[in-house]
Design a protein around this ligand. Structure first.
Ligand code: SAM
Length: 291
């Protein structure tokens, strides 16, 4: 940070920057900028990025980026809003370890970009205050990119964080919890009140820390089929597993479904929300003949 400048995230400096560039917030891009030094420090501490490369999604005017740049080896940030590009070029000018990419994160091949870090062999983490309207697509895009991210430390709507971190036999446990927990350990780091953003969002937020497992949490013969079985099992939350499977695979397959459930040692009257990842793994392998 340049010594005589206040941090970007202070209310005074944020307002100065917005005014100077005549910036108007775009709701469609989920723009809520952080203005709380305490929260920003807590995010950077939770992310533990010393000696790591960081990928940020949606730097905004650079509030979080500035804190990341202080600790990380390098930060590469992807911003969709072209009107923020000249602002970021100015606010983050003092940092030689910053790379800005003007792009929609969902439309780029991440593997091509991560090669452009000066030291691509360093551990790579994603740290971001995510645009809430596309949190889940972004997470799935990151996970499915094949890029070996060591961790994601990201802010999102509190309810979404709770769904991702959920355990079996809770109301919010579902296909999303399983999709993420298959690849990562998930930890709810801390909650963030809506008052620390400009403008304040209509929901509360949380920081979720997800750390990549050396191998998937459970072993399955076919992971695409595993995710399909999970999706089908949760299609109607109140229906039993057998009912959901009959709807998906056809009532004429009832006997085959019952024997797969028996093979996996799962009662047909159970509901998807009661199954652990291990049980889903057994079940998806037992259901393979129906593929
Ligand atoms: N990081 C800043 C902060 O904490 O103050 C801004 C966070 S704001 C919640 C989300 C940011 O993501 C905005 O700057 C928005 O323009 C950007 N954004 C929204 N959709 C995006 C997309 N598909 N790809 C890249 N950036 C996106």
């Amino acid at each position: 940070m340049t010594e005589n400048l206040e941090r970007i995230s202070t209310i005074v400096r944020t307002q100065e920057i917005l005014r100077k560039h005549d910036f108007t917030f775009k709701k469609k891009f989920g723009q809520n900028f952080l203005t709380d030094a305490n929260i920003l420090r807590k995010i950077v501490t939770a992310a533990d990025i010393t000696g790591a490369n960081v990928l940020e999604i949606g730097p905004g005017i650079g509030s979080l980026t500035e804190y990341l740049l202080g600790d990380a080896a390098e930060v590469m940030a992807f911003e969709i809003d072209g009107t923020l590009v000249p602002i970021l070029r100015e606010t983050l000018a003092p940092y030689p370890n910053f790379q800005l990419v003007h792009a929609d994160i969902l439309k780029i091949a991440l593997a091509d970009y991560v090669k452009k870090f000066k030291n691509p062999e360093l551990p790579l983490k994603v740290v971001a205050n995510l645009p809430y309207y596309i949190t889940t697509p972004i997470l799935m895009h990151l996970i499915e990119s094949g890029v070996p991210f060591a961790a994601f430390v990201v802010m999102m709507q509190k309810e979404v964080a709770e769904r991702i971190a959920a355990r079996p036999n809770t109301k919010v446990y579902g296909a999303l919890s399983i999709a993420v927990q298959y690849y990562m350990t998930v930890e709810l780091a801390f909650n963030v009140p809506r008052t620390v953003f400009v403008p304040a969002p209509r929901v509360d937020s949380a920081i979720l820390k997800m750390t990549r497992l050396a191998q998937p949490a459970v072993a399955v013969s076919d992971d695409v089929w595993f995710f399909h079985v999970v999706k089908v099992a949760f299609a109607h939350r109140r229906k039993t597993l057998l009912n959901n499977f009959q709807l998906a695979f056809g009532a004429e397959n009832k006997e085959k479904l019952l024997s797969a459930l028996t093979e996996a040692e799962i009662e047909p009257v159970r509901r998807a929300e009661s199954l652990t990842l291990q049980e889903f793994a057994r079940l998806s392998d037992a259901l393979l003949p129906l593929k």
